[in-house]
Unconditional design. Sequence first.
Length: 271
Amino acid sequence: MKKKPFSILFMGIEDYATKGQKGRSDSLIVVTLDPKNKTMKMLSIPRDTRVQLAGDTTGSKTKINAAYSKGGKDETVETVENFLQIPIDKYVTVDFDGFKDVINEVGGIDVDVPFDFDEKSDVDESKRIYFKKGEMHLNGEEALAYARMRKQDKRGDFGRNDRQKQILNALIDRMSSASNIAKIDKIAEKASENVETNIRITEGLALQQIYSGFTSKKIDTLSITGSDLYLGPNNTYYFEPDATNLEKVRKTLQEHLDYTPLEHHHHHHHH
C-alpha cells in the first residue's frame, strides 16, 4: 500500500433472515482513496440498481444486491467492477453484529439527524429508537437502526444511502482520533468475528499513518442518478441508472484512482 490510490468496497450484509447463509447485500459503498493528496471519494450504489451480474452470461439484468446471494463477496466485487469500470482493491463485508461492535468499540458516533423519525431496534422487536432532528450521539444499536430506516424517509432508499454514508463519515472521524488509533488492533480483533476483509492488520496500521489528520471534510460524495423502473409480471421495482451520469461517475473514479480502463471485460488487478 504505497502511496498509490486504491479502492475499497464496503458491503453491508443483511443475513439475519438466513442465519449467515447467503444473505443479500443491504448496502454497497465504494470509497476511493488517494493517500498522496489525502482525498477521498464515496459512492453509494442503490441496492435496486439494475445491472448485469458478473457471472451471468445470458445478458439479463437484475438488482445489484442479488450478486451477494448468488456468489457472495467475489460475485459482488466483480459486478461492481464491471458496473463502475474500476478495479476494487480491498473489500470489507460487515453484518449487523460487526457493525454494532465497531461503532461501540470506537465509542459511538456523532451524526446530524435530518428529521425526526423512529425505527425498531434489531435486538428487540418491541423496542423503538427515537431520533430527533439535529446533533445526536449514537451507540451501535442506535446507529444500526439509523442506518436501516427506510419507510419514514420521503427519499426512501436514497435517504437511507445518505445516512449510511453519513455513518461511514462519522466513523472515519472517530477512527482518526488518537485514542482509537492507539487501539486499532483491538477494534480489528473485536470486529474480525463479523467482518471479512482482505485488508491485512499491518495494512490497517499503515492506513492509520497515511490518514492521520484525515477528516470527513476531505470526502467528496458522489451519487448515481436514474429513474424508477417497474418490470415483469410482478411489476418488480428497479433503479435504472442514467447512462450519462454513470459515465461521469466512472470517469471521476477512474481519474481519482489514476486508472485507465483497457477493454470492458479485461480487468488488471493490482492486488
